[in-house]
Design a binder for this molecule. Sequence first.
Ligand code: 5GP
Ligand code: MG
Length: 200
Amino acid sequence: MDDDIRDILIGRASIAKRLDELAAQMLADHTEAGHEPAELTLVPILTGAMIFASDLIRRLPVKMQIRVMSISSYPGDATTSRGASVEAALTRIPESLAGLHVVLIDDILDTGTTLLKASELLRAKGPASLKTCVLLRKERDVPPVIEADYVAFSVPDEFVVGYGLDYDDYYRNLPDIAVLKPEVFGGDGHSDDADAAGER
Ligand code: 5GP
Ligand code: MG
């Protein structure tokens, strides 16, 4: 697996340090002066946000529920978005979110289609508050259709893997955030080869 990596963009130590800061900020934002922090409902988007969310929640010592959503936009080995669709069978959000302070968590904000779709779905269920949180935000020429309230890191507009992010469902277990060597993408006759080689 390590032989497939071109560059490590963000190492595990930097991730851990930044998560400490992010969790502290999230706690402060959900705490009214003189009160305990509010109960939270965290909604990680499967599968990419799994590792980020699991490290983040253990830094949030508050009463919390975890619900999940599945939104697919990069089927299989695609490296450019195909539009976001909610996968109902893997989505477990209660009928109503009334009175709940919800934090939606995703791995990466690219076009913003995924985060927008997910936040619209949650907002329609009437939460007391809704915040959005992403591990990464891509520095794109065209801004995303929605901004996130919490962003751990900005990354250049390249296809990244690791720390939950996949290519063709592999590399999620890399402890760092990395860019793959171009030859990893090519050669199997898929139409995404050109995208993956950086020609998009
Ligand atoms: P958006 O809907 O904002 O265009 O894309 C967000 C989704 O696309 C993320 O949830 C993530 O699953 C996927 N995605 C976007 N950029 C990348 C990337 O560079 N690497 C990987 N592995 N997934 C990405
Ligand atoms: Mg995703």
